[in-house]
Design a protein. Structure first.
Length: 331
């Protein structure tokens, strides 16, 4: 029996996949952004399934506080780059798969290059700034985006872009408060459930089977409540929008506002010129100069910068004469 057939025999036996589907997986190229709780599971499942090429993008290091849900790593890996540890583990899992790794953040300066030519972009970063960035890349390149998010014991999964509405269209506003695992916590099994569904949806798409596209799946992993919402009619918001830029895309004519707290600014000043420091947490609305080329909002991760931009767009000044807005994402 052919060794490759033997390896994937149980998967090939599934009637929706078969030999044709297995060959489609072997010919597929996937960009996976994020190797945290979601990404560890998705990477393991897709590499095990025999995806032809997987590009891994992750800038963070292994932290012992994350090991309850990031199962590619071990205690002795603490402090090591996640992408390097994951690359070794995934190579050992399946040498058939061609793996490329990038120990870097995905940002506005490299997103298009990393995504160009793949069949699917998988957003496992669980960060709205990154999700918006990948949505923009998906729209520009015409490549579907598979995104999932989970916190506490609740999460969602969706396919965006290509022939479906973009993630920006479905989620035109991000939450005003950060809802990441660091802020609200998460259980490992909840992450695993959403990540396995994300991997299953990727396999369905890459084998040309019907997918979740145009719908959102919501899953309460504690009460086991599942709902699917039709979002096929969602459209991109009209009017001014918040562009996403990297530090190297700053221009001399930009007016930069740092929306972090004074304590954060003193502890870690920005490595670029800041014209005004106005904490987002303040009850005072953001103040803008009378005339400027573009307003750039900055924080530490990009989340508060986008929220600040949303607040500005909701003010009475948000008309056709409003200066362009951009949120600075870390690079």
């Amino acid at each position: 029996m052919n060794a490759r057939y033997q390896r994937y025999q149980r998967q090939i036996t599934v009637e929706q996949i078969g030999l044709t589907g297995q060959q489609a997986l072997a010919n597929s190229r996937v960009l996976l952004v994020g190797l945290g709780g979601l990404g560890c599971v998705v990477a393991s499942q897709l590499v095990g399934a025999g995806i032809g090429e997987v590009t891994l993008v992750e800038h963070d290091c292994v932290d012992i506080s994350n090991l309850h849900r990031q199962h590619l790593y071990r205690e002795q890996d603490a402090g090591k780059p996640k992408v390097e540890v994951a690359h070794l583990a995934l190579q050992a899992l399946n040498s058939d798969v061609h793996l490329t790794r990038h120990n870097t953040r995905i940002h506005p300066g490299n997103a298009l290059e990393l995504a160009d030519g793949v069949d699917l972009i998988i957003d496992a970063a669980d960060n709205f700034g990154t999700s918006y960035l990948l949505s923009d890349a998906s729209t520009q390149l015409g490549i579907p985006l598979l995104s999932a998010s989970v916190n506490k014991t609740f999460g969602y999964l969706g396919l965006f872009g290509a022939q479906w509405p973009s993630l920006r269209a479905v989620f035109p506003r991000i939450p005003t408060q950060q809802q990441g695992c660091n802020e609200v916590g998460v259980t490992g099994p909840s992450v695993g459930l959403l990540a396995n569904l994300q991997a299953q949806e990727a396999i369905k798409l890459l084998t040309h089977q019907p997918t979740l596209g145009g719908r959102l799946l919501y899953l309460d992993c504690w009460q086991y409540d599942v709902s699917i919402v039709d979002v096929s009619a969602a459209t991109e918001p009209t009017g001014p929008r918040i562009d996403l830029i990297s530090q190297h895309q700053l221009q001399d004519s930009d007016y930069v506002i740092d929306v972090r707290s004074e304590e954060e600014v003193q502890a870690k000043p920005q490595p670029f010129v800041v014209h005004s420091q106005q904490p987002l947490a303040s009850s005072q609305p953001l103040r803008l100069p009378a005339d400027c080329h573009r307003v750039v909002l900055a924080c530490q991760t990009g989340h508060r910068a986008i929220v600040a931009g949303q607040q500005l767009l909701n003010t009475p000044h948000a008309d056709t004469d409003y200066p362009p807005l951009a949120a600075l994402l870390p690079s």
